[in-house]
Design a protein around this ligand. Structure first.
Ligand code: MN
Length: 263
């Protein structure tokens, strides 16, 4: 508090430097960030993620950043858990919160793919057999056409040798992103999958249908030789699945099942 007699003007009064922002300082409740919370709940509700796995969005205010929860199971994620990251995986304002160990997956993909607005990483059991065999995870049902014709498999061991199997460094993330190339889905050997999309609903629906397709393909292989979709069928069907009508209908359905507001 400045004494009146000493204050010769506002400039003479030392400006109080604010302390660290309070823990309640959450990112603003932008529609895209609310959708990110919904995406966490949907992926958990559909069994795509469990205690582990995560989903992010490119920051709607700054394309050089992305938003991801602090290290927390997706079923429990709230707006206050969301953290901002630079494209090298550095937290912008961590405030003591612990980020996911595998955030480099997201960082490297946003840096390499300007078209990607949302990234999902999961360990869904149905896709795992395809990460450890030569059997390609190819689309065999129309709803899964959105996974794309090719789902590459990335193996951390190829360039980084024996590790704890997690994607921990930005160099590992960049190598993974190079294998993803311009595809929509990627499998990680003995670990899980990565799914990207031009929007949160597209990434979430693709992640769900990647697991559906894996289950159908596994079941069909017990009966005979499964027939896949042709390149033209993949192209035409994915356009239908990603039409505004189909996307809105799917998003509303999955939000209702997860008990979250579609926004
Ligand atoms: Mn993982």
């Amino acid at each position: 508090m400045a004494a009146a007699g000493l204050a010769v003007g506002a400039a003479a009064i030392p400006r109080r430097v604010p302390a660290q922002p309070a823990a309640s300082d959450a990112l603003p409740p932008l529609p895209e960030l609310k959708r990110l919370v919904a995406a966490n709940r949907i992926l958990a509700n559909e069994g795509v993620v469990d205690a582990f796995g995560h989903v992010s969005v490119r920051d709607p205010r700054n394309a050089e950043r992305f938003v991801l929860s602090r290290s927390r199971s997706p079923a429990l994620v709230e707006l206050a858990d969301l953290m901002e990251f630079a494209l090298d995986g550095t937290a912008v304002d961590a405030r003591g919160r612990t980020p996911y160990g595998e955030r480099m997956i997201h960082a490297a993909i946003y840096a390499a793919r300007p078209d990607v607005m949302s990234v999902v990483h999961h360990h869904a059991e149905s896709v795992l057999p395809f990460t450890i065999t030569d059997e390609p995870l190819r689309p065999v049902v129309h709803t899964a056409s959105v996974i794309g014709a090719r789902v590459p498999v990335w193996d951390v061991r190829t360039k980084f040798g024996a590790t704890d199997m997690l994607v921990r460094s930005i160099e590992q993330g960049r190598d993974l992103a190079a294998t993803l190339a311009d595809n929509t889905c990627l499998l990680i050997r003995g670990h899980g999958a990565v799914v990207v999309g031009e929007s949160i609903p597209r990434a979430v629906l693709t992640a769900i249908y990647l697991t559906v397709n894996a289950n159908v393909l596994l079941a069909a292989q017990r009966l005979g030789s499964p027939e896949g979709l042709s390149a033209e069928e993949i192209e035409r069907s994915s356009q239908a699945q990603f039409s505004a009508l189909a996307l809105d209908r799917s998003w509303e359905y999955y939000c209702q099942r997860a008990g979250v507001d579609p926004g």
